[in-house]
Design a protein around this ligand. Structure first.
Ligand code: PMV
Length: 336
């Protein structure tokens, strides 16, 4: 099954790009997985081996404006900088829009993207990027698709984009169908105003290997990968229990163990994949030390060297003191 077949199925004979206004505008938040997506069962359709669960960073993400242009190619400006026509970023974006352009190949767009997170540094820039393009096209063309269908479309751009259409906690169901029509994300009803995330910058350099390539390498060569789906299945159940009962140490411990297990599959693949910098490990050791001393602090890490700290509002000041460079993100409205 090709991506275009999925799009056709979703639109069921309706035109893909019937413009309803002069511009489309959307913001999509980035998301941090507490139970990770690592490995695809279909690389073309970005279908995951396992389900995953994330939380959105409500004010961090991509604000995208899309307008038809008169040029013979798409043009992109990212954070006020024009993106070169021959860049990988431009190609991935245009390839994604091509999916909807089939019946109007000469229709091109100008995309103005404002991202307030570093690009391609393991902070899910592609997740919020493709989710925002999907939502902006939805705005431009008034598609009136269900959130489930929008999630499936965003997934065709980047897997984790399926989870970036909502604030709060979100679960992406892996699904079993070869066409991926049952592989979509949806928001979960849990609400946890006391829960905070701290972005601990280690390096904002572009990642050494893309998550797309790294996943493939892991699935194909890691002897540990066979145990990963079972680990995710257990962690998902525990994380939902922890969210339900607001059991912070259970949530933090499970999320940290999930992230480290994911990185263990990467380290054991060949050639090995290591997103840790020496400073990443030093920060982990500091977190473990603080935890031994009684502070309820955990971390998660994605395809990059930066850590995301998990802690409760009551420990905000202690965390700021221990990690002066941390950027603290409020995940929900906090009344306290
Ligand atoms: O959707 P991608 O290709 O950017 O992959 C995301 C992979 C992780 O961030 C490491 C895990 C996740 O679930 O977000």
């Amino acid at each position: 099954m090709k991506k275009l077949d999925v799009v056709k199925r979703i639109f069921a004979g309706r035109p893909f790009l019937q413009l309803q206004q002069t511009k489309g505008l959307a913001f999509a938040p980035t998301n941090i997985a507490l139970c990770k997506y690592w490995g695809k069962r279909d690389a073309l359709l970005n279908l995951p081996v396992t389900s995953s669960l994330s939380v959105a960073l409500p004010d961090k993400g991509a604000l995208t404006t899309i307008t038809p242009n008169d040029a013979d190619d798409d043009t992109i400006v990212l954070n006020n900088e024009p993106i070169p026509a021959d860049s990988g970023f431009k190609k991935r974006t245009s390839d994604f829009i091509d999916l909807f352009r089939q019946d109007q190949p000469s229709l091109h767009f100008h995309l103005d993207i404002k991202m307030n997170i570093p690009v391609a540094a393991g902070l899910a820039s592609s997740a919020c990027g493709f989710a925002a393009i999907t939502a902006a096209l939805n705005d431009l063309c008034a598609w009136q698709l269900t959130p489930r269908d929008l999630s499936i479309l965003a997934r065709l751009g980047s897997g984790s984009a399926a989870r970036s259409l909502w604030n709060g906690f979100v679960e992406w169901h892996a699904g079993v169908s070869p066409d991926g029509m049952d592989s979509y994300a949806e928001p979960l009803k849990y609400h946890w105003p006391e829960l905070l995330i701290g972005l601990l910058p280690i390096s904002h350099a572009k990642k050494s290997i893309s998550s797309r390539k790294a996943m493939l390498q892991t699935v194909n060569s890691s002897p540990l990968y066979a145990s990963w789906p079972r680990k995710v299945m257990q962690d998902l159940i525990i994380i939902k229990q922890a969210l339900h009962g607001k059991n912070f140490s259970l949530l933090g411990g499970t999320a940290e163990s999930n992230a480290l297990s994911m990185h263990a599959t990467m380290l054991s693949s060949w050639p090995p994949i290591c997103y840790f910098y020496p400073e990443t490990i030093a920060a982990m050791q500091k977190i473990w030390r603080l935890r031994e001393d009684g502070l309820s602090l955990y971390f998660t890490e994605d395809a990059g060297p930066n850590l995301k700290l998990l802690f409760l509002h009551k420990h905000k000041e202690v965390i700021k003191e221990a990690f002066p460079e941390v950027e603290i993100i409020q995940l929900f409205e906090f009344a306290g």
